[in-house]
Design a protein around this ligand. Structure first.
Ligand code: KIV
Ligand code: ZN
Length: 391
């Protein structure tokens, strides 16, 4: 792995599946895991094995079929969780145990009714125990986003001493600003003893809509793994969207940070997850939403027809979308109408277009969107129809 390669850790099947009402069965999870492996993700977090017999079975089944990616199971800093996770991962080519504990004052005082030193001790013991089963152990400091950096550095040092290979710095509540999250990663890079033995991982939630920005700031400041989900699904406002961080890095090559993702699979992957979970993707969702490459206002349509890049920073084919869409509404202009008419077989002269356009506007004022059938009808009922077909 080059030092500029960002590992993509997909947690669609664990954190993503925590969306209320979107539970997947084991067969569905296996299908998604196979596709994630082909997509090129580096790590698949397959579940939280101790949480239910069904989750254990899914992690086990995924471990058997995944060929390239590391398969990871989540645990708390609890011996039985770790033992059960190790068992569920026993068939994986590359198993990883992801263990950890809350480190913010709120978690230490209210959730654990404990103190800072005792939490460090638990972190150390959990990683050490996980290491007795697998070589690759990732440690998470839950609510690291609201944990003070000095204490967080002490926790990370203990995890590294116990053998952690990856340190996950979750902004569990999606609270951080990008500058704060970036500074946190930089601080850890510069102040944790032994940091060269592990990589830092960004795990950002989207409560303030900042998950993608925070993850990108994280890798700019030295993290080398991003934890994310397809379509950004997850509890509350969700997780970092895989397709967004991958395309940010691809579209900004001067950052010199790349991933192993086959981006032409992104749209298909988004549809698979959305269909399997029965969770609809908002039309304006970046990269994979139905309108991400659709143009409907006259000015934009004219620009895109002349040169796609006028209003598109991504070639739709790069993410698996066949082509940009020129959507006809009452806000569309002549250029868009001529373009769509040509697609369905009518080559209009300027004068014919003027006449057909007047007819189009009266249709479009009555209908939200004009489809191909409507275009035929608009042309057939225009004054110049005979002229058009006899040309
Ligand atoms: O958001 C979070 O803190 C998590 C951890 C359990 C990794 O999902
Ligand atoms: Zn999370």
């Amino acid at each position: 792995m080059s030092n500029n390669n960002i590992q993509i850790f997909d947690t669609t099947l664990r954190d993503g599946e925590q969306v209320p009402g979107c539970k997947l069965n084991s067969e569905q999870k296996v299908v998604i895991a196979e596709q994630l492996d082909t997509l090129g993700v580096d790590v698949i977090e397959a579940g939280f094995p101790v949480s239910s017999p069904g989750d254990f079975k899914s992690v086990e089944a995924i471990s058997k079929i995944v060929k390239n990616a590391t398969v990871c199971g989540l645990t708390r800093a609890v011996e039985n969780d770790i033992k059960v996770a190790a068992e569920s991962l026993r068939f994986a080519n590359k198993p990883r145990i992801h263990t950890g504990i809350g480190t913010s004052e709120s978690h230490i005082l209210h959730k654990f009714k404990s103190n800072r030193d005792a939490i460090i001790e638990r972190a150390f013991e959990a990683v050490k125990y996980a290491k007795s089963f697998v070589e690759d152990v990732e440690f998470y400091a839950e609510d690291a986003g609201r944990t003070d950096n000095e204490y967080l550095a002490r926790v990370c040092e203990a995890a590294i001493k116990a053998g952690a290979t990856v340190l996950n710095i979750p902004d569990t509540t999606g609270y951080c600003l990008p500058s704060e999250y970036g500074a946190k990663i930089k601080y850890l890079k510069e102040n944790v003893k032994g940091i060269e033995k592990a990589i830092l991982s960004c795990h950002c939630h989207n409560d303030l809509g900042l998950a993608t920005a925070n993850s990108i700031e994280g890798v700019i400041n030295g993290a080398r793994q991003i934890e994310c989900t397809i379509n950004g699904i997850g509890e509350r406002a969700g997780n970092t969207a895989l397709e967004e961080v991958v395309m940010v890095l691809k579209q900004h090559p001067y950052l010199n940070l790349d991933t192993n993702i086959n981006t032409s699979m992104l749209y298909g992957m988004s549809q698979l997850v959305s269909d399997s979970m029965g969770i609809y993707t908002q039309p304006n969702k970046a990269i994979v939403g139905a309108n991400a490459f659709a143009h409907s206002s006259g000015i934009h349509q004219d620009g895109v027809i002349k040169n796609r890049a006028t209003y598109e920073i991504i070639d739709p084919k790069d993410v698996g979308v066949t082509e940009s869409a020129i959507v006809l509404t009452a806000r569309s202009g002549r250029a868009a109408l001529a373009y769509r008419a040509k697609n369905v077989g009518y080559e209009l002269t300027k004068l014919q277009l003027d006449d057909v356009y007047a007819n189009f506007l009266s249709f479009a004022d009555r209908k939200k969107e004009i489809n191909d059938n409507d275009i035929h009808q608009i042309i057939e009922t225009s004054n110049v129809y005979q002229q058009i077909i006899s040309a």
